[in-house]
Design a protein around this ligand. Structure first.
Ligand code: BTN
Length: 330
């Protein structure tokens, strides 16, 4: 694992030279070990320049989701204190759940280059092609009642917008309750799952799972979702480094979680500013019905207040109903 540590150090000091001796001291490995790690990274495609008496400098490298790319920026964070970076997995949420049930402490983040069974809300699947998206889940164990985390997924949506804005310079919008939208199409899906202790019903774990379409071209989406889905690369007209995006999203999740639920006023204000559903005619979809309504506002509990054709108003909770625009996905 010396290679990951050396990479993390070079990333942390990107643009600067790090001497072999200082790295060896800081990481507790021999100078020869540092050199071997540098050579290994070069063979993997990293361009690392070296200068006599100055050391090594990372110039550029492949966009790989690996601990060495992420960990340097996350020191001191609770979310991301431990990283599991996988080439392939059925679902990062399922992997987090398996680890939670085996007793893993909170803060673990699972990231994968590909999911073979990516899961979405309402039993749907989430297309997770290799090397194109960011598939990320976090294991959290808040000391709260299940009812106190009902709006957590809305907070996650705000954190994801924060992370994308920090990494890419554009702030996407939120379609109530937690789809992230850019250019009128879906950019990110969020699936938050929780585990309850069977006898007491106490909250055992909470797992927000985030799937970002990063570098897909339109033809990479299946025909059923092509008109509704977009990627950061499509909207920005340039590829985006998934590792930089992962770092910014994890940092934003960590900041958000550190203030949950005390910082409700801040996240509610941001959610209201980001949410593009109010002011639109929508369809309320349940497994057995479809109904037209006018979306009025987001209330103080992140619920969507809608007005029905007969003039009555009701507040909808996440999970109760799906909302679709009348004239397209948003
Ligand atoms: C949705 O849009 O319905 C939610 C999609 C959530 C997808 C993410 S990808 C990472 C994590 N692992 C999964 O299997 N699902 C979530």
């Amino acid at each position: 694992m010396s290679r990951e540590k050396v990479l993390a150090l070079l990333r942390e000091r990107q643009g600067e030279y790090c001497s072999g001796e200082a790295m060896s001291r800081q990481l507790g490995i021999s100078r020869a070990g540092v050199w071997k790690a540098i050579e290994g990274l070069r063979q993997e495609g990293y361009t690392i320049s070296s200068a006599p008496n100055r050391g090594y400098r990372l110039e550029e490298g492949p966009d790989l989701l690996r601990a060495g790319e992420l960990s340097g920026a996350l020191s001191g964070c609770l979310v991301g204190r431990k990283l599991l970076c996988l080439e392939t997995v059925d679902s990062t949420n399922t992997e987090c759940k398996r680890r939670a049930m085996a007793g893993e402490a909170e803060g673990l983040v699972v990231v994968a280059d590909e999911q073979t069974g990516g899961r979405g809300r309402l039993g749907r699947s989430f297309q997770s092609p290799k090397g194109q998206g960011l598939y990320l889940s976090a294991l959290l164990r808040p000391r709260l009642e299940p009812g106190q985390v009902a709006d957590f997924t809305a907070w996650v949506a705000v954190a994801v917008c924060d992370g994308i804005e920090a990494a890419c310079g554009v702030r996407p919008r939120i379609k109530w309750t937690n789809d992230i939208i850019l250019g009128g199409k879906k950019l990110v899906g969020i699936l938050t799952e929780l585990g309850l202790e069977s006898e007491s019903n106490a909250l055992e774990y909470l797992i927000p799972g985030i799937g970002v379409n990063v570098n897909q071209a339109p033809e990479d989406f299946s025909p059923e979702i092509r008109d509704m889905a977009t990627s950061l690369a499509q909207e920005l007209g340039r590829p985006v480094r998934r590792s930089d995006l992962a770092v910014q999203i994890i940092l934003a999740l960590d900041r958000m979680y550190a203030g949950f639920p005390e910082n409700k006023a801040e996240y509610l204000e941001k959610y209201r500013a980001d949410c593009l559903t109010p002011g639109n005619q929508v369809q309320l979809i349940t497994p057995v019905s479809r109904q037209e309504a006018y979306a009025v506002a987001v209330d103080d509990d992140f619920r969507l207040v809608v007005e029905l054709p007969d003039g009555t108003r009701k507040a909808l909770s996440a999970g109760e109903v799906s909302v679709r625009g009348m004239y397209g996905y948003v």
